[in-house]
Design a protein around this ligand. Structure first.
Ligand code: CP
Length: 313
């Protein structure tokens, strides 16, 4: 595998899940693979889990991680072709990506969407510019439209905790005070579509995700109906896709409660706003898998880096 920028880069999700589980049982088995190899983690946006778990994954493989908060610490990067750079940007991505490629064997990038310019966000300007101008493999640590390390993590976690051969999985929207991206939800949908699960999406009217991603997945606007017989409820807020980036609904009735959840397991990528997205009574009990999910971020990242390293060597 050259790059990992989308769930679509996974050729067989069941095989990948089993490989990730094997890494989890013996995380230091491949410490020689990454010896003398460097990964650069470039963050245009905040992170706790991605930043730490991807470093941990690299260290488990014997790699040297270098981390940079690009937005705060680097020169402002210009992405436009032919731009007269007499504004706030001081360095073009053509030079920046080429230079970082000399220091790093793999570059991982986090760059969130604007949520104001749909065309620009869907062009994946930052991620694709790194793919175009870097000479080393690129890993997506959450871009404008996808978070494939998270999606792989979630698939691993569901596989580990499933009690039946074909569990029912619900992706449920929940309210939030800020306009949030679609990336986590998109990658979760794509991951579930590759798995042998009964999968439905629950969201209010006006909050359907990109239909090119949801495809034939059933979308219900009645959360209680969607939750019937659910084994896993994966919860995430996202802003409107059709009325791009807008908050159309903050109805607290969509918050996840213990009563609604029943015997289903609760999942969320974190960070999560308590008693807005989900009540304490869910997070503070065995109903919640959020900590186990966060743990699996390391092994999802480690599997991705291992596959890229094997292709380098
Ligand atoms: N889930 C996730 O990506 O967490 P961070 O934003 O903290 O990296």
């Amino acid at each position: 595998m050259k790059h990992y920028t989308s769930i679509n880069d996974i050729d067989n999700i069941n095989t990948w899940i089993e490989e990730a589980k094997a890494l989890k049982t013996n995380p230091l088995k491949y410490t020689a693979l990454g010896k003398n190899k460097t990964i650069g983690l470039l963050f245009f946006n905040s992170s706790l889990r991605t930043r730490l778990s991807t470093q941990k994954a690299a260290l488990n493989l014997g790699m040297n991680p270098i981390v940079m908060n690009v937005s705060g610490d680097a020169w402002g990067i210009e992405f436009g072709d032919g731009t007269v750079m007499n504004g706030s940007t001081a360095e073009h991505i053509k030079e920046a990506a080429a230079v970082v490629s000399q220091y790093c064997d793999i570059i991982a990038v986090r760059a969130f969407p604007t949520l104001t310019d749909k065309v620009k966000d869907e062009s994946e300007e930052v991620l694709n510019a790194f793919k175009k101008y870097a000479s080393v493999p690129i890993v997506n640590m959450e871009s404008a439209t996808g978070h494939p390390l998270q999606g792989l993590t979630d698939a691993i976690t569901i596989s580990e905790h499933a009690k039946v051969a074909k569990p029912k999985v619900v992706l449920s929207w929940a309210p939030h005070i800020k306009a949030l991206p679609h990336a986590v939800a998109n990658s979760f949908v794509q991951a579930m579509q590759k798995m042998d699960v009964e999968f439905v999406i629950a969201n209010p009217e006006g909050y359907n995700l990109n239909s090119e991603i949801t495809g034939d997945t059933p979308i219900l606007h009645n959360q209680n109906e969607a939750f019937k017989d659910a084994d896993f409820v994966y919860t995430k807020n996202w802003s409107s896709y059709d009325d791009y980036g807008k908050i159309l609904n903050t109805d607290p009735d969509w918050m996840i409660t213990k009563e609604k959840l029943g015997t289903a397991k609760f999942m969320h990528c974190l960070p999560v706003r308590r008693n807005v997205i989900v009540e304490d009574a869910v997070l503070d009990t065995d109903s919640s898998l959020v900590i186990q999910q966060a743990n699996n971020r390391t092994y999802a990242a480690q599997l991705v880096l291992k596959k890229i390293l094997e292709n380098l060597n």
